[in-house]
Design a protein around this ligand. Structure first.
Ligand code: AOS
Ligand code: ZN
Ligand code: ZN
Ligand code: ZN
Length: 423
């Protein structure tokens, strides 16, 4: 469906304007020599569950043309990647995306230039064919048989991931309690760690385990992996392949996420991200749509911390989006998220770190703020567009998506009432 020549025409129409903007930013700023190549290397994995309109407990409104199966989800991510050349990976959720033909699925992904990012397990729902219920938790459950079932599920997810060439498992647990007294916190913690140890034991040598934390929801009194401290203490007990995963929507209001990120990174236990944005809680809105300055400040810590450790920005952490909502075309939304993430990254690469350190050491608070905000207030869209152009992507992916009537074509091919699996 995606037509290469159309991309060529699209870029040809926009190239003169782009070159003006790109020349301007270069004349006005000291752009690090490797900034464009860093942007080109930076890939952001797309979660399979964000390809359909998301739901809330109040309802779900499909926009039509949503992927009906894993093959169509891969095609959607392939489309995004063809447009922006920055979405070269897909993150699957098992059992929503289970396959009994991993070889064919892997080959299909490769045709689109995609690899498989972290695989996600699911012990927060009961599946139709499931023997025991997760109503009162999974890895924390008081009944060893339920824990065993949840452990076994995670091991199966690892096996599916191995077959697809994935290299990490993301565990997010809804385990916790809704009312005071329901749970013995200490025992729930210990049972969870014991269960995680068994899962960890099934990880191949070159894999990572990401343990995601979340303050609340669906449990509203306590969550067993409720904050970065709980996740951090658990991953430390597991071993060197276990890391904490930060989902930007999983904190209590006003948490200083950039500081959390800096410290986890310093401790060598930051594994990766679920990018999204929020006003209130785990809102899963488009990255950068509510608090773009916070996103920039997070990237500022990432660049600083990764450089201090000599880490590879593109490869050494897991970069994923976790978003889902009701009111936008999911593919357009993902294009917006990817661009917002790239812009925050580009701005962080522009920070004059030497000057910042000098200002800090002189306690020149005003200069510190000026240095950070000078980078944040730079319009870096032409830098991100240049990186896309050099990779064979579109100068304006969203515009090309619309010009090509891609959603209309998807509705034609798949139907107006399709609904992708997910929440
Ligand atoms: C849930 O709130 C978490 O963000 C998880 O990452 C979850 O697995 C994902 O949202 C898919 O449901
Ligand atoms: Zn998440
Ligand atoms: Zn979440
Ligand atoms: Zn979220």
């Amino acid at each position: 469906m995606f037509i290469r020549e159309k991309l060529h025409d699209h870029n040809a129409q926009r190239i003169a304007a782009h070159e003006r903007k790109y020349a301007f930013i270069q004349s006005e700023n000291a752009i690090p020599a490797d900034l464009i190549s860093k942007l080109k290397d930076f890939q952001i994995a797309i979660p399979s569950w964000a390809l359909g309109t998301g739901g809330t407990r109040f309802g779900r409104f499909s926009g039509g043309g949503e992927p009906r199966n894993l093959e169509e989800k891969i095609a959607d991510v392939g489309l995004l990647h063809a447009l922006n050349r920055s979405s070269g990976a897909i993150s699957l959720h098992i059992p929503w995306d289970s396959t009994n033909n991993p070889t064919a699925i892997k080959a299909l992904a490769a045709q689109h230039g995609l690899v498989f990012d972290a695989v996600n397990s699911n012990t927060f729902q009961d599946q139709a064919n499931q023997a025991l219920s997760y109503k009162f938790g999974s890895l924390q459950h008081v009944d060893a048989a339920v824990r065993k079932q949840a452990i076994q599920h995670n091991i199966e997810v690892i096996e599916q991931g191995i077959a697809l060439g994935s290299k990490s498992l993301t565990v997010w647990l809804s385990d916790g309690s809704c009312f005071p007294g329901q749970l013995n916190f200490r025992k729930a913690y210990e049972r969870t760690v014991e269960s995680l140890k068994e899962i960890y034991g099934a990880l191949p040598g070159d894999w990572k385990l990401f343990l995601e934390y979340k303050a609340y929801e669906p449990n509203f009194y306590s969550t067993t992996v409720g904050d970065w401290g709980q996740s951090y203490s658990m991953v430390n007990k597991l071993g060197e392949k276990a890391y904490t995963l930060v989902d930007l929507g999983h904190h209590l209001p006003n948490a200083n996420i950039e500081q959390i990120v800096a410290l986890l990174l310093m401790e060598g236990k930051l594994g990766g991200f679920h990018f999204n944005d929020s006003k209130y809680g785990d809102d899963d809105l488009t990255a950068g749509s509510i608090k773009p300055y916070q996103l920039f400040l997070i990237f500022n810590e990432l660049v600083d911390g990764m450089d201090a450790k000599g880490m590879n920005h593109a490869q050494d952490l897991g970069w994923m989006i976790d978003a889902s909502h009701n009111v936008k075309d999911p593919l357009e939304d993902l294009l917006q998220s990817v661009e917002a993430i790239q812009m925050a990254y580009a701005q962080a690469l522009l920070v004059d770190r030497k000057a910042l350190e000098v200002a800090r050491n002189a306690n020149d608070v005003v200069a510190c703020q000026e240095i950070l905000q000078a980078a944040f207030r730079t319009d870096v869209r032409s830098l991100v567009a240049q990186a896309r152009l050099e990779c064979g992507g579109a100068l304006d992916p969203l515009a090309l998506f619309r010009e090509q009537g891609i959603r209309q074509q998807l509705i034609q091919d798949r139907g107006a009432k399709t609904q992708a699996t997910g929440l």
